[in-house]
Design a binder for this molecule. Structure first.
Ligand code: PMP
Length: 405
C-alpha cells in the first residue's frame, strides 16, 4: 500500500466535488452514511450495463457469472471479518440483521423470565428488536447503564448484571454518538462464562477497526454496507455457523428451500435458509468492491489522519463559550456537542448554509440522550476523505453560529 494521501483519496470521490449553497461541500456526516468511491459507483453501473441476471436460478451464462460474483463477494466479506464463509448471511443492513437474529435465534431460544442485556448507548436498531422479541417470549430486556461522565461502559457493572437467566448480550462495537470503542473481547469472555451469547453491532466499527470475529469470539456480528463506502440496501450478518444451523428461517420464499410441497417444506442449509427472495446482487458485488478498495489503502495512515483531524476539531471548538463536548473519546472519528441555550438543529442549519453537512438530533439513541440529560446534540463525523481545511471551515462556522444564536 502507498502511504496515505488525502488528495489522492479525494479524487476517488466525485460527490465531494460539489457546492451546497454556493460553498464547496464539507461532508462531516460519514457516520450517517459515507460517500462512495468511483470504483463502487462504477461496479454498480457495470453490473447493470452488462452482467445483470438473477442468481442461483437457471443455467444460462449470465446467471452463472452473476452467481459467481455474488458468492465471491460473500467470500470477500468473510475474509474481511476473518469469518468462515458459511457464517455470512446477506441482509439489507445492520437493522435487518439484528431483527433476523431476534426473530430466529432469540425467538426460538428465549423463555419467560430470561434476560437480554442491552447497553444504554445502543442505536435503536440494537434495542427495539430485543424489546419486540422480549414481548413475544416473556423475556426481559436489562439495561447496562453507561457512565454519563465518560460515556463508557464499566466492565465491573457487567458482573452485577449477568445472572443465571442471562441468555444474550447486545453491544455496539463503536457508539454512533460518541465514538466510544467498547471492549467487546472482554465483554464476550464474561458473557460466555455466564452462558450468554453476544451480538455485536459493528455498524460504526467496520470502517475503522480491523474486525476479526474469530479472535473476538463473537456469536453474531452485523454491519451495513453504506457506512463502508458501499451502497445502501446491502449489509451482512456474521453468525457462528453452529448457531445458524440450529436457527429457524425468518422470511419464507424462493431460494431458502430444498423442496416445497403442501404436505411440508424442507428448508435449504444456511446461509441460503436466511436469504429468501431475489437478493441485492449489485449491492453485494459493490460491497465486495468497497472492501477491495479499502484494502488498497494504508489503514494505519487513514486512522492517524482521522485522529489528527478529530484533535484539530476538538482544539478548535473546546473553548467556544457554552459549548459542551459530549463524552469525548480521543482518537475517535466523531465529536458530539451541545451549546447551552441553543437548539442543536439551529446549529446544523446554520452550518448547512455554509456548505457544511453535519447531523443533529438524537442519533437514534434516545436512551443515551436520556442518560446524558440532553434532548439531542450536534454530531460531527470524520472520514478518511476529510481535510484540515474541512475542519477549519467547520470550526469557524460553529464559532459564527454560536455568536449569532
Ligand atoms: N447501529 C449503529 C451503531 C448505527 O450507527 C446504525 C446506523 N446509524 C445502525 C445500527 C443501523 O444501521 P442501518 O440503518 O444501516 O441498518
Amino acid at each position: 500500500n502507498r502511504p496515505f494521501d488525502v488528495d489522492t483519496i479525494r479524487r476517488d470521490f466525485p460527490s465531494l466535488d460539489q457546492h451546497i449553497h454556493s460553498q464547496p461541500l464539507v461532508y462531516l456526516d460519514s457516520a450517517a452514511t459515507s460517500q462512495k468511491p468511483r470504483a463502487v459507483i462504477e461496479s454498480i453501473s457495470q453490473y447493470y450495463s452488462g452482467a445483470n441476471a438473477n442468481v442461483h436460478r437457471g443455467s444460462h451464462s449470465l446467471t452463472a457469472s452473476a452467481t459467481n460474483r455474488f458468492e465471491a463477494a460473500r467470500q470477500t466479506v468473510a475474509d474481511f471479518l476473518n469469518a468462515p464463509v458459511e457464517g455470512i448471511v446477506w441482509t439489507r443492513g445492520a437493522t435487518e440483521a439484528l431483527n433476523l437474529i431476534a426473530q430466529t435465534y432469540a425467538r426460538q431460544n428465549l423463555q419467560p423470565g430470561d434476560e437480554i442485556i442491552v447497553t444504554e448507548m445502543e442505536h435503536h436498531a440494537n434495542i427495539v428488536p430485543w424489546q419486540i422479541v422480549a414481548e413475544q417470549t416473556g423475556a426481559n430486556v436489562v439495561k447496562w447503564p453507561v457512565n454519563p461522565e465518560t460515556c463508557q461502559l464499566e466492565l465491573a457493572e457487567l458482573d452485577n448484571l449477568l445472572t443465571s437467566r442471562t441468555r444474550m448480550l447486545c453491544i455496539a462495537h463503536i457508539s454512533n454518538v460518541t465514538g466510544t470503542r467498547n471492549p467487546v473481547e472482554a465483554v464476550i469472555e464474561k458473557a460466555h462464562l455466564a452462558g450468554a451469547i453476544v451480538v455485536v453491532d459493528g455498524a460504526q466499527a467496520v470502517v475503522h477497526e480491523n474486525v476479526d470475529v474469530t479472535t473476538m469470539n463473537a456469536d453474531f456480528y452485523v454491519f451495513s454496507g453504506h457506512k463502508l463506502f458501499a451502497p445502501a440496501g446491502i449489509g451482512a450478518l456474521y453468525g457462528r455457523p453452529s448457531l445458524l444451523e440450529t436457527m429457524p428461517p425468518w422470511h419464507g420464499g424462493g431460494k431458502m428451500v430444498e423442496k416445497v410441497s403442501f404436505s411440508g417444506t424442507q428448508y435449504a442449509e444456511s446461509p441460503a435458509k436466511f436469504e429468501a427472495g431475489t437478493p441485492n446482487v449489485a449491492g453485494a458485488i459493490s460491497l465486495g468492491e468497497a472492501i477491495h478498495w479499502l484494502a488498497n489503502i494504508d489503514h494505519k495512515g487513514a486512522e492517524a489522519h482521522i485522529a489528527a483531524l478529530q484533535n484539530q476539531l476538538v482544539e478548535g471548538i473546546q473553548n467556544i463559550e457554552d459549548l459542551r463536548i459530549i463524552g469525548l473519546q480521543h482518537g475517535a472519528s466523531v465529536v458530539a456537542f451541545t451549546v447551552d441555550g441553543v437548539h442543536h438543529s439551529d446549529i446544523a442549519t446554520l452550518l448547512d448554509q455554509q456548505g457544511i453537512a453535519v447531523r443533529s438530533g438524537h442519533h437514534c439513541a434516545h436512551p443515551l440522550m436520556d442518560a446524558l440529560g440532553i434532548n439531542g446534540c450536534v454530531r460531527i463525523s470524520i472520514a478518511l476523505y476529510n481535510t484540515e481545511d474541512d475542519i477549519s471551515r467547520c470550526v469557524a462556522a460553529i464559532q459564527k453560529a454560536c455568536d449569532l444564536l
